[in-house]
Design a protein around this ligand. Structure first.
Ligand code: SAH
Length: 237
């Protein structure tokens, strides 16, 4: 019992309601019980600024430090659902922020590798996740568009900031049959995209980067932009 039972139940109902309202666009009538259970167990009030705790269990994005945001819970649930995680999966996340989505992923997968551009956000998210008992997470500071080659391939990749184009390194680091979920800027606004990499056909001539991609636009969304690493920082990493 943490004093948020009523708010938590209210949020679960809201996520289910928005899932039903957006079912036509997303192709998903409801989210899996595992995803909803993870949304119910991750203590969102631990991830927001102290002044925002009373609103932590409402279905809205909230500001965090460095002009960034903690994503709307419905969007976190939707992106998690689209990744279709297996308990054995290794996941790459780009854009750790406060670490909320990271915790949801860590609840459902074997291990989460998360990259954050802002060193102070990366450090505070790592400390918070450790304190809350999420030990199957590694966080590092850097430009997530380059991925995390040493620990690839990943079963699933999620980007929580909006890119202008799909970062090629993230596609390269996805295993055959893996899923990449990311918001993309299009001429008419941001759209959440689901990209699935085809499975290996056993043909030795087919290189991993040649596997076919299935791309689907899922929903119109609003994310902070995926930024580029400053040159001088890049030299240090
Ligand atoms: N996943 C968070 C939302 C994070 S907001 C949640 O659960 O609420 C997006 C984050 O992406 C910000 O913290 C921002 O600093 C970070 N970001 C932006 N560009 C990036 C890049 N190129 N590489 C890694 N992180 C980036």
């Amino acid at each position: 019992m943490d004093g948020y039972e009523r708010e938590r139940n209210g949020l679960m109902a809201q996520i289910a309601a928005v899932a039903a309202e957006t079912a036509r666009a997303t192709g998903l009538r409801a989210f899996d019980a595992r995803v909803m259970a993870a949304m119910g167990t991750v203590p969102r009030h631990e991830f927001v600024l102290p002044a925002d705790r009373p609103f932590a269990w409402s279905n809205q994005p909230l500001p965090i430090r460095f002009s960034q945001t903690i994503s709307q819970p419905f969007i976190v649930a939707l992106m998690t659902q689209l990744l279709a995680l297996d308990p054995e999966d290794h996941v790459l996340e780009v854009g750790t922020g406060c670490g909320y989505q990271t915790a949801v992923l860590a609840t459902l997968a074997r291990h989460v590798y998360s990259i954050e551009l802002e060193p102070e956000l990366a450090a505070s998210a790592a400390a918070r996740l450790e304190r809350l008992g999420y030990h199957n997470v590694d966080i590092r500071t850097g430009d997530g568009a380059k991925g995390w080659p040493e620990t690839s391939p990943f079963d699933a990749v999620i980007v929580t900031a909006c890119a202008r184009e799909v970062p090629p390194a993230l596609v390269a680091q996805l295993r055959p049959g893996g899923r990449l979920v990311l918001p993309l800027t299009t001429p008419t606004g941001q759209e959440l995209m689901l990209i699935e990499k085809g499975r290996d056909d056993g043909d030795l001539e087919t290189k991993p980067n040649d596997l076919p991609l299935t791309v689907r636009s899922v929903l119109r969304v609003a994310f902070v932009p995926l930024r580029q690493q400053r040159e001088d920082d890049a030299l240090l990493n």
